[in-house]
Every structure is written in structure tokens, then in C-alpha cells.
Ligand binder design. Structure first.
Ligand code: PMT
Length: 399
């Protein structure tokens, strides 16, 4: 899929810059034309001579070539590319990209690029998990950039953890998949539900859960990246909508039900990833409930089951997928939900898997089909899980 694709390879000042040599070679071997743009500190780690010998193109680093005064147009470069790949991407470059600080050729080219952008972070574990880096990566995601999550393992600092740039072959595979037009969802209308629901007790309190929305937002982003027309029905979360995705904000399960059932008849594929509260207070107090000396009993009433309602509405040709969040008897419970809600497949994630499900960046899922086939996946980033789910739908239902 990379044959004749024009790729800008942005290299920044990380020890992982040596991997960019293998990455350039892998992309070229797969038929791509590679133009390297390197930051000044990137050149401290890897010489332009190595990169230009490999790519057969001069490496661009500055706005002008020092001895000839030749001007390098970041705008032309940005228009030339079919994809821009920043690998390795340091915390500093990620921050500059997220905030538009165009003080070098690489970030300037990024701001001019009309092509899809892929970012493969590489940094120390603590830098990677710092709230600033997390926020900047979320910002890049919200611009529609594709973050290639780093792997876990030994880091140059001597520490162990997440932060190693993904391996070149895997990065090339991600680009390959992206350009695989047979997996395109152009013309498909997709609805994804995400996040928690809040069920009001009084004006200041609610019943909710720990869902951050990350899994559902990653699924919405993965569909949008493959050309789908995506509506994201989102409970209250702090994430920004992925680029190109239409987001409809709701708070309670009842509101989510109203939006989802109205949207579903015009939907080809629905993925129900929201953690919907099964119960709501029978009444919402108009003013803040005062503390008393006695205990308090809250009467709850069941919320509508949104997935089950869509399962009843489903017409031939529509695809309806659900998630199952289980703590025990996992497979049997998931199969039961699959049948009861008339889903086409269900994605099981378990509270027993540490670091999966709620809140974090990773998930470990098992996909169970209607016919009973099971596909168990290892722990992966939520972006990768989302890619897997979208690929599964493409392979099982659209080919
Ligand atoms: O948001 P994150 O922090 O990234 O976490 C992701 C997640 C753990 C929330 C997600 O991966 C997940 O498991 N979502 C479904 C959680 C859930 O409510 O599971 P359930 O087993 O209770 O529900 C089964 C299915 O029915 C789900 O598709 C759910 O969206 C749907 N449902 C449930 C209840 C209800 N009243 N209406 C529904 O539509």
C-alpha cells in the first residue's frame, strides 16, 4: 500500500533517532518516497549524510541551506506529502506541534501539511505520563493526528516503562493499513456511544461511573480516519472530539437513549461503548439534599437499555456492536448480552485485567461473534484496540 506514497519523515532529538534509519529503509523497501525533515537536535543523534544516502534526497533541517542560501518551502513540502510521520517525536516537539510553535522547519512543515499526520512518541516513562505530555497528545488527537503509542520496555534512562518508540516494522504496518483502501469506510454512517452517563440526585450530586470516554473516542477517531461519517454520542468527559467527528453531548442515560434511537435509523454501523448507568434516582431533588442525622435511602428506577432498543430496531444490513464490562463469569455473561441485545458481535473487557478498561490508555479485549467465534487480543493501547475493532468490522461485514 506504500508504493509511490510520498512520506515526510520528521526526526527529532531522541536517542530513538537511530530507529528512524531503519524506519526510512523499511518505508523505502515498501515502495514509498521518503523526504526527511530533521530538527537541529535530531542532527545531534543521527547524521543527515546517513539519511540522505538512504533516501537519495537531501535532508532538510533549516529554512535555508547555509552555503547556497537556497530556501526550503515548508508549504510546498506540506502539499507534496501523502503522509507526514514524526518518528521519533520528543515531548518538546509534541508540545510545539500541539501549540503551533513554529520555530523550526519540522513544526512549520507540520502546520502546512494537508496530509494525514502520524506521531510516534519516544521519551522517558515519567515524561510520557506527565500531564503536560498527556494533554498535548490529546490535543494532537483532537486535531485528527494519529498517535502511534510507544511500547513498554527498557528505556535509555535506565528506567523501565512505556516510552520506547514503536518498532519501525510496526509503524510501517500502521501506515500500510491506513492506505489500504479496501478497508475504507467512505460513505458509511457510523454512530459510537462513549463515556459515562450521569444520573442526577440533586443539583450537585449524581450517580456516575469511571468511564473516561477514551475507548469510545478512539473508536470514533479510527472510523473517521477511514473515511466514515461519524456521530459520537458522548456522556460527560473531558476529551475533545476527534477531527471530522460530529459530537452530540448528553448527560443522562435517558438523553443518550433519545439521541441514539433518533440517529440509528440513518446509521450503517453502531458501536455501543458507553458505560450507561443501569439505574437512575426515581426523583431528582430540586434543591441540594441537606445532611441529617439519619441514613438516607435513594430509590432507583431502571434506565432504558439503549443497545437492546437498537437491537429491536435493527434492519437487515445494519451492524450493531456492543461492549461487555464484566467482573466474573465473563464469557458467559458477554454471550448472554450479545443474544439479549441482538448484537452482531460483542467486545468483552474485564475488570480483572489490571490496567485495562476504565480510565487508562490501554485495554485488553476479546471479540465474540454471533456465531460464537472468539478472538482474544493481548493488552494494547486503546487506539490499537480501536483499529482492531474497525478492521474486524471491515473484514467480517464489508468484504
Ligand atoms: O471510557 P473508558 O475509560 O475508555 O473505558 C472504556 C469502557 C470500559 C467504559 C468500555 O470499554 C466498555 O466496556 N463499555 C461498556 C460498559 C458497559 O456499560 O458495559 P455493560 O456490560 O454494562 O453493557 C453492555 C452493553 O450494553 C454496552 O455496549 C453498553 O453500552 C450497553 N448498555 C448498557 C446499559 C444500558 N442501559 N444501555 C446500554 O446501551
Amino acid at each position: 500500500m506504500l508504493e509511490n506514497r510520498k512520506i515526510i519523515l520528521g526526526i527529532t532529538g531522541s536517542i530513538a533517532a537511530y530507529k528512524a534509519v531503519y524506519l526510512a529503509r523499511t518505508l523505502i523497501k515498501r515502495g514509498a518516497e521518503v523526504q526527511v525533515v530533521i530538527t537541529p537536535s535530531g542532527k545531534e543523534f543521527i547524521t543527515p549524510v546517513t539519511l540522505s544516502s538512504l533516501t537519495q534526497k537531501p535532508v532538510i533541517s533549516e529554512f535555508f541551506t547555509a552555503n547556497t542560501g537556497e530556501w526550503h518551502s515548508h508549504v510546498d513540502l506540506g502539499l507534496w506529502a501523502d503522509a507526514m510521520l514524526v518518528a521519533p517525536a520528543t515531548a518538546s516537539t509534541i508540545a510545539k506541534m500541539a501549540n503551533g510553535i513554529a520555530d523550526n522547519m519540522l513544526v512549520t512543515t507540520y502546520l502546512s501539511a494537508r496530509s494525514p499526520v502520524f506521531v510516534a512518541p519516544a521519551m522517558d516513562f515519567d515524561m510520557y505520563r506527565h500531564p503536560t505530555t498527556r494533554r498535548n497528545l490529546d490535543l494532537l488527537r483532537s486535531y485528527g493526528n494519529h498517535i502511534i503509542e510507544p511500547a513498554e520496555g527498557a528505556l535509555a534512562s535506565g528506567l523501565e516503562g512505556k516510552g520506547r518508540m514503536e518498532e519501525p516494522e510496526k509503524i510501517a504496518d500502521i501506515l500500510d493499513r491506513f492506505f489500504d483502501e479496501s478497508g475504507s469506510f467512505a460513505g458509511k454512517r457510523v454512530m459510537v456511544t462513549a463515556g459515562p452517563t450521569y444520573e442526577k440526585i440533586d443539583p450537585v450530586r449524581f450517580i456516575g461511573n469511571y468511564s473516561s470516554g477514551k475507548m469510545g473516542y478512539a473508536i470514533a477517531a479510527a472510523f473517521a480516519a477511514r473515511g466514515a461519517d461519524v456521530t459520537l454520542v458522548s456522556g460527560p468527559v473531558t476529551l475533545s472530539a476527534p477531527a471530522g467527528v460530529k459530537r452530540v453531548d448528553v448527560e443522562s442515560a435517558r438523553e443518550m437513549y433519545n439521541v441514539a434511537t433518533a440517529c440509528f435509523p440513518d446509521t450503517d454501523i453502531a458501536v455501543m461503548c458507553a458505560a450507561v448507568a443501569d439505574f437512575a434516582p426515581a426523583q431528582t431533588a430540586v434543591s441540594k439534599i441537606k445532611r441529617g442525622t439519619d441514613g438516607m435511602t435513594l430509590q432507583l428506577v431502571p434506565n432504558p437499555d439503549i443497545a437492546a432498543a437498537l437491537g429491536k430496531m435493527k434492519k437487515p444490513g445494519q451492524i450493531l456492536a456492543g461492549f461487555a464490562l464484566e467482573s466474573d463469569n465473563e464469557e458467559a455473561n458477554a454471550r448472554h448480552k450479545l443474544e439479549k441485545k441482538n448484537l452482531d458481535f460483542i467486545v468483552l473487557n474485564s475488570l480483572a485485567d489490571k490496567g485495562a478498561c476504565f480510565g487508562g490508555d490501554n485495554n485488553k479485549v476479546t471479540v465474540i461473534s454471533r456465531s460464537g467465534d472468539i478472538k482474544a487480543c493481548p493488552m494494547k493501547s486503546k487506539s490499537e484496540v480501536a483499529e482492531d475493532i474497525v478492521t474486524y468490522i471491515s473484514e467480517m461485514f464489508l468484504k
